[in-house]
Write a new protein. Structure first.
Lengths: 194, 574
């Protein structure tokens, strides 16, 4: 009987948080979709891109960032599935790898901004520069939120205590984390490559 | 769908946990109500200053004018005038209507009408209110900055709203305040949607929900989807102003590069058109319910009303272009937007006819909530019909940016929502505070408000049709507008009458909340939705036993029921 109650509790919490997370992600998607709408409008109304003889940003650092964020998504996935398979050591290890990769993504963004300045792309130098800086800022801001959410998982690293709740937290934070990865990949292809 | 029973939380005891950091949806609803009424007062005062300036240009505003504008001897200066209409619009839309209809009645009604003990995420709910307070402080703080508050209109189009048009810090604070409020509303919306999906009482299908919950739920969907769009827009505006990006600067305004000021208009109205439905949908829902409750009849075509509101919600996302007919849009686009806009009149006509069908052959009780609901039917009809002229390209080219637009959106957004909000306040007063407001003064309040309101907003449409433009400090410098001075004076006097009528409401409200000894019964209006099955005012746990729903919300006037003419939703359909 006791296990029944726990299961029912888990089921409702899982349901509630997954509905809420879907709505939250729809909201965040609309924010980034609006930015993309702006990008598309600027990109296709401009005769030459980048405008006014600007240099394109070099691709090395953005590519590195993309690899890092994809790897962090992968390690998060590994971490979550290790937890579900009850491999707690692997869960912990992959968690810290994710945290490390998330932080190094932020560091790579710092280098990106440094490098942009060196190549003469500034915030106020045409809408081209504005887009690169503003979009990466907004994304980086959300990455900070994502990293904070990762830190919120630290108490659950200690193990099996309150397993159902940990599972729900892992899933919700994971959805947000993968979402940020997807947004970055879209930005990488549209702003830096295309 | 999934239902679960929430725990009964221990009763909060300290002042802080009871009134400030309360998780209780009813307390948060009341907080939002007071917050909204406070801002309603501020926004209303600004409206009176605007009206005063239009009727008596250059004359000092009575009583407080000489304290507010000592440098001009009490008359509203031109730059302050722009600030006033900007802040009036912003405050009324984001800080008065949104908190009262969505914040207060959304929070208060949704769990009670669904048979839940609280929202799905009580902590999120509390944070949503606290963010709204921070946002309100940011906005009010901007009034005290060196160059004053934002003055670019509530739409704050660039380039007027960039550093070139508004160099002061006020516009930045405005954008920041809107952004924070957007976050707060989105948090609320996620909470509402989750609550409606997961916490309906056992046996309650979506069509057994009262239409109030339908309206509030659809509003929440629009909020969750479209507030982030405005969020992105004002974020880029903040970047333009603070970090020197050039998104909305073009031509000579931008030293280098090619921004696009019209892009902001697109982004603003992609959000802005759903926003007007965000504001009106809760009022529609409330009115649909109240008309049925006070006609003592089932709501005519309640399902059709719910579906009509849903299709309006969907259509509202596709029509934003009708705000921008004059921005050199391609004729193909303007005509597409016009056609889509006209399509909205079909579902609107459906639920409007349903309202009339509900009234038909009802045994109507003219209590104050009913009077206000009938008022909504009248003013919304008028507002909706005048919208047709603005949705049509040919007439809009003439009427664009005139007072006709101002009159139209005040009829639809301000008048309907205000009357709907009053109806809701009078109706749910017993469940919120345990007392009824004085009926006699409520009816006086209704009639003076109704007369004043129609005087103001119809006057606005008349002068707008006569060609008077909005947002002009002194429109009477033009010869053709000088004939409009008498109507403007009449409009202003109507506004003053309407403003003073609200004192009746405030006294009545404060008296009923704090001083009235006579308690209202558990179900003074004799209606059967779930919130009336529990004591008044609602206890902190709402429902001791989670109710089981067996029939719809509008089972009134059923001849098979003996002894009363309504039945509770927990009773088997007779």
């Amino acid at each position: 009987m006791a296990t029944m109650v726990v299961d029912k509790n888990f089921e409702r919490e899982r349901m509630t948080s997954s509905i809420a997370m879907v709505m939250t992600l729809i909201s965040f998607s609309m924010l980034f979709a609006t930015l993309m709408l702006g990008y598309v409008a600027y990109r296709f109304t401009s005769v030459v891109w980048p405008p006014l003889g600007m240099q394109r940003a070099s691709l090395e650092i953005p590519t590195l960032s993309t690899l890092i964020i994809l790897m962090s998504s992968l390690s998060y996935y590994m971490s979550e599935s290790s937890f579900l398979q009850n491999k707690l050591k692997a869960f912990k290890n992959y968690y810290f790898v994710t945290l490390l990769l998330g932080t190094s993504f932020m560091v790579s963004q710092m280098f990106l901004w440094q490098n942009l300045k060196l190549t003469g792309i500034f915030v106020d130098s045409t809408v081209f520069g504005s887009i690169i800086y503003a979009f990466t800022w907004v994304h980086a801001g959300h990455m900070v939120v994502g990293l904070l959410a990762l830190l919120f998982l630290i108490p659950s690293l200690r193990g099996k205590r309150n397993e159902g709740k940990t599972q729900i937290w892992l899933k919700s934070v994971g959805q947000f984390w993968h979402f940020l990865g997807i947004v970055w990949v879209i930005m990488y292809f549209s702003i830096f490559i295309f | 769908m999934a239902f679960y029973e929430q725990h009964i939380h221990p009763k909060p005891t300290t002042f802080l946990s009871k009134y400030i950091f309360s998780f209780d949806h009813k307390v948060i609803g009341k907080q939002f109500l007071w917050y909204g009424i406070l801002f309603l007062f501020v926004g209303g005062l600004m409206a009176l200053m605007i009206r005063w300036t239009l009727a008596f240009p250059g004359q000092p505003f009575p009583v407080i004018g000489s304290y507010l504008f000592p440098e001009t001897g009490g008359a509203v200066p031109p730059d302050t005038y722009a600030m006033l209409f900007t802040m009036h619009g912003t405050i009324m839309i984001f800080y008065a209507i949104t908190p009262i209809l969505i914040g207060a009645f959304g929070n208060f009604c949704i769990p009670l009408m669904l048979g839940a003990r609280d929202m799905a995420f009580p902590l999120l709910n509390m944070l949503s209110f606290h963010l709204a307070v921070i946002s309100g402080l940011l906005l009010m703080g901007s009034l005290f900055t060196p160059l004053g508050a934002a003055a670019g209109g509530w739409t704050s189009y660039p380039t007027l709203s960039t550093l070139i048009g508004s160099p002061g810090v006020g516009q930045t604070l405005w954008s920041l305040a809107i952004f924070v409020l957007g976050v707060s509303s989105t948090m609320g919306a996620v909470n509402y949607i989750t609550t409606i999906i997961t916490l309906r009482a056992p046996g309650m299908g979506y069509f057994d929900m009262p239409l109030t919950v339908w309206g509030l739920g659809l509003t929440a969907v629009l909020n969750a989807i479209f507030l982030p769009v405005l969020g992105a827009g004002v974020l880029l505006l903040i970047f333009d102003r603070v970090f020197g990006t050039t998104f909305f600067l073009a031509g000579a305004a931008a030293t280098t590069g090619t921004g696009d000021p019209v892009l902001f208009q697109h982004v603003f109205w992609i959000f802005g058109h759903p926003e007007v439905y965000i504001l009106i949908l809760p009022a529609w829902g409330i009115v649909s319910d109240l008309l049925s409750f006070f006609s003592r009849k089932p709501a005519f075509g309640a399902k059709a009303t719910a579906l009509a509101m849903t299709s309006i919600t969907i259509l509202s996302t596709l029509v934003y272009g009708h705000h921008m007919f004059t921005t050199q849009m391609s004729p193909l686009l303007t005509q597409t937007f016009m056609t889509l806009t006209m399509t909205i009149s079909i579902p609107s006509a459906i639920f409007f006819t349903n309202w009339l069908g509900t009234l038909w052959k009802g045994s109507i009780r003219f209590h104050s909530p009913m009077l206000f609901s009938l008022g909504v039917v009248f003013v919304f009809g008028l507002g909706g019909l005048t919208g047709l002229y603005l949705g049509t390209v040919t007439t809009d080219l003439y009427l664009h940016d005139t007072y006709f637009v101002v009159g139209h959106f005040h009829y639809t957004m301000a008048a309907s929502v205000l009357l709907g909000g009053f109806a809701a306040t009078y109706f749910w007063m017993p469940k919120m505070f345990g007392t009824l407001m004085n009926e006699f003064w409520a009816k006086i309040h209704f009639w003076i408000t109704m007369l004043g309101l129609n005087g103001v907003f119809f006057g606005m449409m008349l002068v707008g049709y006569g060609g008077m433009h909005r947002r002009i400090y002194n429109p009477f410098i033009y010869e053709f507008t000088q004939k409009l001075i008498p109507i403007n004076t009449f409009t202003t006097w109507s506004a003053i009458v309407m403003g003073f009528a609200q004192i009746i409401f405030v006294v009545n409200f404060v008296h009923a909340v704090f001083f009235k000894k006579q308690k209202a019964g558990d179900n003074p209006w004799e209606v059967g939705t779930l919130e009336w099955t529990i004591p008044s005012p609602a206890p902190h746990y709402n429902f001791k036993e989670i109710p089981v729903v067996k029939c719809g919300p509008h089972e009134l006037g059923n001849p098979n029921v003996s002894g009363k003419d309504f039945q509770y939703q927990t009773e088997e359909l007779a």
